[in-house]
Design a protein around this ligand. Structure first.
Ligand SMILES: C[S@@+](CC[C@H](N)C(=O)[O-])C[C@H]1O[C@@H](n2cnc3c(N)ncnc32)[C@H](O)[C@@H]1O
Length: 465
């Protein structure tokens, strides 16, 4: 096969091993470069938009070809040296090689394209609320563990596209107060001799190390996730509590099932308290091992303040329903402004915590929390409510939930989402001409610098029933 500039002629179509010279035009959701060749999309990990590289095709994945760079031919002005030395291997952060201002531009553009393509929505976005810290923003880490063939403990996130741990001693996106604990905790667990295997494919024992911090209080909760009770952990837990003032509790979470769900149903206290305190929008919250809490506390406070302020503009006759309410992160600041709020949530631990958080802040009389599936609970609560807040998991709204909203649409709807594709799909059904709502505002907020993720808030006002 004749070659041009070190690449092969392209007459025979794509095949594994074919060498090409390509220019990336975009990034995919994993932060990989995307190029086009003969009508095919070629995924080029490591290449930034505008950059050219000699690549070799590897394998076809549906309508895309995966490739590997053999030589990068130029460098984008937006390329930078990643702040984390493991960035190239670790699958935790995927945009570390891109300047932060370019990360933000790319995310806003993705939001615009996704809303247009999947939602038919061409609406101006407010500038994203950005986190100037860039690093050190995560208030929680759940880090896989495995003992290697050399008998040493490995701790770290997975290599991209695999389940192999990239061993780390530091993780720069973690809150620095948690980051400082990573290496000493790893050393202690290593020295314990306990077996460790995050997916239980080779042995039982330790699976993950969980770290959580109250951003405003500095209180730390350590959680060891294990397939079984391990008496040796009791002694270690006591040592950790005594060694670090900030560590207020160490818990053991049992996850005996071979599933990709990290946390199991049972959590017991090994030392100290089962919860830590956090201050959120001026309110006291208790956080535990298993309940959901937004990963980036200051950014979550900013977005909750937007929701509270938007809903407080209107005279609301009935209560506000906060669907997917977790521990009351949105419900309680709304109640603190005088609104009556009904929170719906599937995790009973979160509902218990939401109730005790409400009582601790003197908001018990203005809040009601119901445990169960939003799909079952929403219809009844919508009949009397005047505004609805939804903050669903990545999969977005179940179609039965959208149906319930459409059959009894509250006057105001705030939709917070961590997945712009499912949000665009849902908005399409809720907005005119299909649905009764008009879009008032799109407010993106960057909770996760160095990754491709973007949170987005949409405010909808009912204009027809
Ligand atoms: C993205 S979190 C939002 C939590 C809360 N709004 C916050 O800001 O902390 C989604 C929440 O929905 C809950 N959830 C998931 N599926 C649910 C369902 N079908 N019904 C009710 N809650 C659900 C999860 O347990 C989680 O607490």
């Amino acid at each position: 096969m004749p070659e041009t500039n070190g690449t092969e002629a392209d007459s025979s179509g794509p095949r594994p091993g074919l060498r090409l010279e390509l220019q990336a035009i975009d990034l995919d959701r994993d932060g990989h470069g995307l190029a086009r060749w003969q009508g095919w999309v070629v995924v080029v990990p490591g290449l930034l938009p505008g950059e050219r590289a000699k690549v070799q095709l590897q394998q076809r994945q549906k309508s895309r070809w995966l490739s590997r760079i053999s030589e990068r031919l130029d460098s984008s002005p937006t390329r930078r040296r990643p702040p984390c030395i493991l960035a190239q291997d670790c699958g935790g952060c995927t945009l570390q090689h891109l300047e932060e201002s370019a990360q933000r531009n790319w995310k806003q553009d993705q939001l615009h394209q996704t809303m247009l393509r999947l939602g038919g929505i061409d609406h101006p976005q407010a500038p994203a609320l950005t986190d100037q810290r860039g690093l050190g923003y995560r208030n929680r880490g759940l880090i896989p563990l495995r003992r290697g063939e050399d008998d040493r403990l490995r701790m770290g996130y997975f290599r991209r596209g695999s389940h192999r741990i990239v061993n780390l001693s530091r993780c720069p996106v973690l809150d620095p107060r948690l980051d400082a604990l990573v290496e000493p905790l790893k050393q202690d667990l290593d020295a314990s001799g306990l077996s460790a295997d995050h997916d239980l494919s080779q042995s039982q024992g330790l699976r993950h190390l969980g770290l959580r911090i109250g951003h405003h209080t500095g209180e730390v909760l350590i959680t060891v996730v294990s397939s079984q009770q391990l008496p040796a952990l009791q002694r270690l837990a006591q040592q950790w509590i005594e060694r670090w003032d900030a560590v207020k509790g160490v818990t053991l979470n049992l996850q005996p099932r071979r599933t990709n769900q990290i946390l199991g149903a049972t959590t017991t206290v090994l030392a100290g308290a089962p919860t830590i305190r956090e201050l959120f929008c001026g309110l006291q919250l208790q956080l535990s091992t298993t309940t959901f809490f937004q990963i980036n506390t200051p950014q979550a406070e900013r977005i909750v303040a937007c929701i509270v302020s938007w809903l407080s503009q209107a005279e609301l006759a009935g209560p506000i329903v906060d669907a997917y309410c977790g521990i009351g992160t949105i419900s309680l600041p709304l109640a603190a402004q005088g609104h009556h709020v009904v929170g719906l949530e599937i995790n009973p631990d979160s509902i218990d915590q939401a109730r005790s958080n409400a009582d601790a802040n003197g908001l018990g009389a203005r809040t009601e929390f119901q445990a169960g599936d939003v799909a079952n609970l929403l219809k009844e609560t919508l009949a009397t409510c005047s505004a609805l807040v939804v903050d669903p998991p990545r999969r977005g709204l179940e179609s039965s939930v959208t149906e319930a909203i459409l059959s009894e649409p509250p006057a105001l709807l705030a939709y917070l989402s961590c997945d712009m594709a499912t949000q665009a799909r849902d908005l399409k059904r809720l907005l005119q001409p299909e649905g009764p709502y008009r879009l008032e505002q799109l407010q993106p907020v960057d909770f996760f610098p160095q990754t491709t993720h973007l949170e987005n808030l949409a405010f909808l006002r009912r204009v027809s029933s």
